[in-house]
Design a protein around this ligand. Structure first.
Ligand code: SF4
Length: 472
């Protein structure tokens, strides 16, 4: 019978159906970081349990780790304590840890794929909502909470209710200056932030198929912002080329065998989806959020809505967002003054993101009133970017070049907004307080658009920033 990738991978990992209707799923890969794991390990210790599959468990430090001064002990006692706990827990349970001295440290959703740990057909868990990123490889990847981190450590299984599957077909060609970030912001803007609740999203169509793995990761990363806990892309030659020769990917004949199996996992053409949505890629423009959830966005040349412009159920949300942001209905998005520019996070801090942003900033300088920083997604990304001289381009333009980490995505470290600052951010959440200040304001956009805003000092259309011929 024709099946979706979701059904195939789900069935392969289903241990049994629980009395409450949830499925007990075996977990192929558990990624752990310093912030959601200490309590889970403590509970294991208290109950005298061990880690069920340390060979399927990998750890890194990313959420609270400082990105400016990274010498130990960290000045932030909480960061030092959480990092030390993770080190001890990994030692005690035989879990590989990609820490700062490893040279392979980075945001958990950047290093998993980078190391070849993330592979098609896997079930993957991590104590972070944006674990859906790994779905870019044709895996089913679930963000979990601390108590589930404990459960997965102890049993290597996760209890989860089977969702429906919505296929989102993006067809046609993206225009210049339009990136994967614009595509996913548009999907969330059009379908809404709750539409994915109870669904897994399958991203398909020729516009998705043409995307690189970095771009597919950006798309899948933000599935949760549209309400879908899981998002995936069917594996294809782009996926296999990315994985070949990665450290933990199968090698030689094993890779050939794995590739044939991975290919067979893609959704069958005559499979049935619970819902299908189609988007025209050409209709998508550079997109910016203006509100307090990722669905409140307009194209850069658009104007902010009034509560009366939206469906009755959304009116209060629009009014609340306009008030919090201090914006007026009808005001143009372009020209909104910014104070901070942040290029980073597991959504958009991979090498291709930094390359695109560097093209925009080359030959320009950050506006005098803007504080700008680039936080590479991993030490591997940082090294590759430095090898290409991207760090110098950013530094010369007035950006701060940092060590790898989550940084201002969630501001658990000193990288944070102050007061009412407005931040052009390549991250994934614009909730109140997300970037460290309870009154701080976040505008989500692509890294190239962040770069353009940093230079202009205000939201600006990246397509209008002159690119010197040498870097075009
Ligand atoms: S960058 Fe943000 S979303 Fe991504 S793992 Fe870190 S905190 Fe989570």
């Amino acid at each position: 019978m024709a099946q979706t990738l979701f059904q195939k991978v789900w069935d392969l990992h289903a241990v049994r159906t629980l009395p409450n209707g949830q499925t007990q799923l075996y977990v192929g890969l558990h990624l752990v970081h310093e912030v959601t794991s200490p309590q889970a390990f403590d509970e294991l210790r208290t109950r005298g349990w061990t880690v069920r599959a340390p060979e399927r468990t990998f750890a890194t430090v990313d959420h609270i780790v400082p990105t400016a001064r990274q010498a130990r002990p960290f000045l932030d006692l909480m960061a030092e304590s959480m990092t030390s706990s993770l080190e001890r827990n990994c030692r005690d349970h035989g879990i590989p840890l990609f820490d700062l001295p490893s040279g392979l440290q980075g945001i958990v959703h950047v290093i998993g794929p980078e190391l070849g740990l993330t592979q098609p057909g896997m079930t993957i868990c991590c104590g972070d909502s944006h674990t859906s990123t790994h779905g870019a490889f044709g895996a089913l990847a679930f963000g979990i909470g601390t108590s589930q981190v404990r459960d997965v450590l102890a049993s290597q299984c996760l209890a989860v209710m089977p969702p429906k599957v919505r296929r989102i077909d993006v067809r046609g060609t993206l225009g210049p200056g339009v990136y994967a970030k614009d595509v996913i912001l548009t999907i969330i803007g059009r379908l809404g932030v709750k539409a994915g609740s109870g669904y897994a999203y399958e991203y398909a169509g020729d516009a998705i198929e043409r995307m690189s793995m970095d771009e597919r990761m950006t798309i899948c990363n933000m599935s949760i912002e549209g309400g879908a806990r899981v998002g995936y892309v069917n594996p294809d030659d782009t996926t296999f080329a990315y994985l070949e020769n990665r450290r933990f990917a199968p090698a030689g004949d094993a890779f050939t065998r794995a590739r044939d199996w991975w290919r067979s996992l893609a959704s069958d053409p005559d499979a049935t989806w619970d819902d299908v949505v189609t988007l025209d890629a050409a209709s998508i423009g550079p997109t910016v959020t203006w509100g307090i959830n990722p669905g409140q966005s307009v194209t850069v040349d658009g104007r902010l809505p009034a509560p009366g412009d939206v469906a009755p159920a959304d009116r209060d949300g629009v009014a609340e967002a306009l008030e919090f942001m201090g914006f007026a209905a009808g005001q143009p998005m372009a020209g909104t003054k910014i104070d901070v520019a942040f290029i980073g996070s597991c959504t958009n801090a991979r090498l291709s993101d930094l390359r695109e942003a560097a093209k925009v900033v080359a030959g320009h300088h950050v506006a005098p009133h803007v504080r700008a920083l680039v936080v590479p997604g991993s030490q591997t990304v940082a090294k590759a970017a430095e090898h290409e001289g991207l760090d110098e381009i950013f530094r010369q333009a007035g950006f701060d070049w940092r060590g790898a980490g989550c940084s201002m995505c969630l501001a658990m470290n000193p990288d944070r907004l102050e007061g009412r600052e407005v931040c052009a951010s390549s991250s994934n959440r614009n909730f109140k307080g997300r970037q460290g200040s309870p009154t701080g304001r976040t505008l989500l956009m692509s890294p190239a658009m962040v770069a353009a805003a940093a230079i202009a000092g205000e939201v600006t259309d990246v397509r209008q920033v002159p690119v010197p011929e040498a870097v075009a």
